[in-house]
Design a protein around this ligand. Structure first.
Ligand code: SF4
Length: 280
């Protein structure tokens, strides 16, 4: 196999403070999950994480905040972080993931050095009401449209294993395709005991089939990224995600769960004769 794999690292620059009620999310204050919670991570620490990600081959570095969307204070913080990271690791392509965003807010992020914006549709429009009652799916879709209007690279995907039907998955993939995203992150629900959702019941074969379906449903996207839940979902069979159609992974830790050490992913790629992409 001679394929390039794009590596991305995510950084929770604010954690566990969200007032929304997304049932799959341990960052909601409503569920009292046993996770680290803070308003703003120290910029020096974020810079160190960025340097570490770059040194391990990451091209993308994603600044994530746990909230429904941006307010003036959060917007300023994300811009300050973007400017600081650009100084210490200019090779990284900066991504912001800050929830609902207006066109004006996205343009402000762009002027601070953000190149791409990640906002997931999460699931189908119909099923979304079952997993979130505090904001509508349409807001998510509109933010993705704003990202396209702002001329930022659109990263949008979803999460499998929430109890959705196959028809919901197909519907979500059709919605994603209609937004013409450059990258599609797919997550597999990682259960936390504080959450009321049942644990993800997908089998590894079903999850691999969903990667394949995502690739087939959104043929024009440059990257299918397997993001949260990779280690838990695929275990010893993680190497099979690339044959199924993935060409991007998140390395390092996720938002509230630990990923495996970055060097183990690099070793896996080497053993599969897969190259780490050096540019987007
Ligand atoms: S809006 Fe985002 S951070 Fe808040 S509960 Fe939902 S998924 Fe979690």
């Amino acid at each position: 196999m001679n394929q390039e794999i794009f590596l991305c690292s995510i950084c929770n620059i604010n954690s566990g403070t969200c007032l929304e009620d997304c049932k799959f999310c341990s960052q909601s204050v409503r569920y009292k999950a046993d996770i680290e919670r803070y308003k703003q991570k120290e910029i020096a620490l974020i810079e160190q994480e960025a340097i570490n990600a770059r040194d391990n081959g990451a091209l993308g570095f994603c600044l994530v905040t746990a909230d429904k969307g941006l307010n003036d204070k959060t917007l300023k913080f994300v811009c300050d972080v973007a400017e600081a990271v650009t100084k210490v690791a200019p090779e990284l392509r900066l991504i912001a993931c800050n929830g609902t965003a207006t066109l004006a807010q996205l343009l402000t992020l762009k002027s601070a050095g953000i190149k791409a914006y990640n906002h997931n549709l999460e699931t189908s429009e119909q099923f979304y009401k079952e997993i979130c009652t505090t904001h509508p799916w349409s807001e998510r879709y509109e933010t993705c449209q704003n990202v396209n209007k702002a001329g930022l690279t659109l990263i949008t995907g979803g999460i499998f294993g929430l109890g959705e039907t196959q028809a919901d998955r197909v519907s979500m993939l059709e919605s994603l395709a209609s937004l013409n995203p450059t990258s599609v992150p797919i997550n597999f629900y990682h259960h936390n005991v504080a959450l009321e959702l049942e644990p993800n019941s997908l089998t590894v074969d079903e999850a691999l089939a969903l990667i394949k379906l995502t690739r087939e449903s959104i043929p024009n996207t440059q990257r299918i990224m397997v993001a949260g839940g990779r280690e838990l979902m695929f275990g010893e069979r993680q190497n099979e995600i690339f044959d199924a159609g993935a060409n991007s992974i998140v390395i390092g830790n996720y938002l509230t769960t630990a990923g495996r050490e970055m060097h183990k992913d690099l070793e896996m790629l080497k053993s599969l004769n897969l190259q780490v992409a050096k540019k987007v």
